[in-house]
Ligand binder design. Sequence first.
Ligand code: FEO
Ligand code: CA
Ligand code: CA
Ligand code: CA
Length: 531
Amino acid sequence: MNDKSFSRRDFVKFMGGSTAALMAISPAALLTSCKNDIGLKGITPTLQDELVLAPGLDYSVLIKWEDKLNTEDYFGFNNDYTAFFELSESEAILWVNHEYPHPMFIGGWMKGGPRTKEQVDKERYNLGGSLVHIKKDKNNRWSYVENSQYNRRLTATTEIPLIATRDIKGARVAVGTFAGCAGGVTPWKTVLSCEENYQDYYGDYSSKGEFKKSKFKWDDFYKLPPEHYGWVVEVDPLTGVAKKLTAMGRMSREGATATVAKDGRVVVYSGDDKANEHIYKYISKSTDSLDEGELFVANLEKGQWLSLDWSKSKVLQDNFKDQMDVLIYAREAAKLLGATPCDRPEDVEINPKTNDIFVCLTNNYNKNEPDNPKNNYYGKILKISETNADPLSLTFTSSDFAVGGNDSGFACPDNMIFDHNGNLWMTTDISGDMVAKGPYEKFKNNGLFYFPLSGKDAGRAIQMGSAPVDAELTGLSLSTDKKTLFLSVQHPGEKSKSLTELNSHWPKGGNEMPRPAVVQIFGPLFDKLNG
Ligand code: FEO
Ligand code: CA
Ligand code: CA
Ligand code: CA
């Protein structure tokens, strides 16, 4: 079977069923009244090993792990953020982050077994990003163009300049990018890929020199400075040329969501995805570059953006030798200034109608203290309203947009996108070892949710999709023709015990190994909601 056209219809056929009932539903039957007062029926949570979608939505796999891009390169592992760059009415380049490895799937490593250089080399190739040329047919379905000149890989070995005011650990060039989680798109149509859990590869040092060991032990074979990672990487989708923007600070940054202020400067919002870390914004110095600018961190209680400019702050001058040091240890600097610790800030999106800043605070709990009343298992979506709806404001108010839990029906919000009608789509990330367990029992597999922003259902979470076993849905992006939602299905089957005891066989089914993949979602319901 051709994987590029492997749709839910094929899957049902493959399983011996019929799609007649699914495909016969008319748009009118899906919605009981017009846009936003929709009485929309979602799906109920499920543990099925499939990307289950609400009636009126369908999907097909666009590209999956190890699909050939050209004679040299293949599509990397654990696709996350996607960004759509239109080339013409029917062609585009899709940027895709490849976040983190699964050493068993990539190189056959088994728990407790030795790590080898060959395994690490293969993992280094599989992370980074892909640029993929895609084309659509007359039915508005996309497929990727093998051997296109636009197809490229960035990996953990690609040399990338550090845009910095001085050397960092003796260099101005970093070896590779990895841990790219979410991201953003600049006004000049480049991608911002955010190196999130950078400490898992070569470890990390605090400003006092304390070392934290790496998780994936790449540092057993390659001695590279951890300070070269944890940055925003800006990539030109047409050429693949990349640079690391150190002025935005170093942290486990989830994403980087850009907007243009009245005077043309660019403001970029980010969350630092670690328990009790912070929400940041960055204001560029010029209107056509993010290379220089000022970094701020949020104090939610006071409703203030606090500057991380070394030249303006005695406490920063007393603790760091220069601005570059503040940026390298941005978390430590933020704490000294009085930043508000948050429940793991993930993706940020900007409501196109109101300019409100939506931030997913995914959860915050101590696994060893399950009964601690301070545990936040479900997370929420926080709304920040800048004074005068101006992204250059240094003051704001904040409130809850939606709170996770058994009543609202979602837990652990992670990634978001506002659609063409200004309604919100969100995906969840309940950690693999907690899915359907304890406080998460009711939610079953991770999901895709839709929140109308107006009408009688405003702010209500409606579940539109459910991920295959062990997977997370992420990397939402939209085609400009409004017909397609691109979505990453990341880490299906990641809790499998071995290569012969697999938890998931998605997307191919049978006895196949699970493969992370980017899918395209479409259908009459999507046309109705987003059209
Ligand atoms: Fe890679 Fe914060 O999720
Ligand atoms: Ca994420
Ligand atoms: Ca997003
Ligand atoms: Ca996450």
